[in-house]
Write a protein that binds this ligand. Structure first.
Ligand code: 13P
Length: 254
């Protein structure tokens, strides 16, 4: 089901104490600043999950996401966290394949596909991230790279499973750099992706798929980006660590 969403990815920021203060502040400001109650997802560090889950306590429009999961149910994987553990902690969503996981932890499309399946098997909504580097964009490889990331990581799902997933296009060159893709650049890739989905799963599913944009989304560019026909919201890094900025972005959802 196509939804408009503002997702915050805290990355490796805020511990349980600072997370509690942040979420309390967010919950206090949310009703007044966001009268339309836009859908929000918070992707927080694993160590904060139970704290944030207890504060959200089944909130209707604010959901909790992990930033990563392991592909196995359980076992001898020191330092890892499984999907059943995330569910037990109160997660409903999880990021999969963020470019920082791809780059620093060498997660490839085939591993990410296992993670997507593992999330779905456990009732977690995967937010599958993909996007090209600056070198790939400059070499005119954007569409090819994005297509491969989707084909190998996501588009082998059966239609009913695919429909559970959320997509997030995050051009690597726009992440944390302040260099936002222009609405035209972002829309072009989003339209290309929706077209790929249409070819694979048909028009109806393509129209229902939520595709977020991520990469230097800020209060002053969110409205323009979210107004694009194939952009269904944002996956926000830096600006999600400031309550007022994040809520302003959420409030820019159409
Ligand atoms: P920034 O918003 O800080 O560029 O980060 C984007 C991102 O990586 C969200 O997952």
């Amino acid at each position: 089901m196509r939804k408009k969403i503002a997702a915050g990815n805290w990355k490796m920021n805020l511990g349980p104490i600072t997370a509690r203060a942040f979420v309390n502040d967010l919950l206090t400001q949310y009703p007044a600043t966001c009268p339309g109650h836009p859908k929000i997802i918070l992707a927080v560090p694993a160590i904060d999950l139970t704290t944030v889950a207890s504060l959200l306590d089944g909130h209707k429009t604010i959901s909790l996401a992990a930033q990563n999961l392991h592909q196995a149910d359980k076992g001898a994987y020191t330092g890892e966290i499984s999907a059943p553990m995330l569910v037990e902690a109160g997660c409903t969503h999880t990021l999969v394949g963020h470019s920082e996981r791809r780059e620093y932890f060498h997660e490839d499309n085939l591993l990410l596909h296992q993670k997507v399946r593992q999330a779905l098997k456990n009732g977690l909504t995967p937010i599958y991230c993909f996007g090209e580097t600056l070198a790939e964009r400059e070499a005119d490889q954007t569409f090819g790279v994005v297509e491969q990331q989707l084909r190998e990581g996501l588009l082998t799902l059966e239609p009913a499973q695919f429909q559970q997933a959320i997509l997030a296009y995050e051009p690597v060159w726009a992440i944390g750099t302040g260099k936002v893709a222009t609405p035209a650049q972002a829309q072009e890739v989003h339209a290309y992706v929706r077209n790929l989905i249409q070819t694979r799963y048909g028009e109806e599913i393509a129209q229902e798929t939520t595709i977020l944009y991520g990469g230097s989304v800020k209060p002053d560019n969110a409205q323009e980006l979210f107004a694009c026909p194939d952009i269904d919201g944002g996956l926000v890094g830096g600006a999600s660590l400031n309550v007022a900025d994040f809520l302003a972005i959420a409030n820019a959802l159409p």
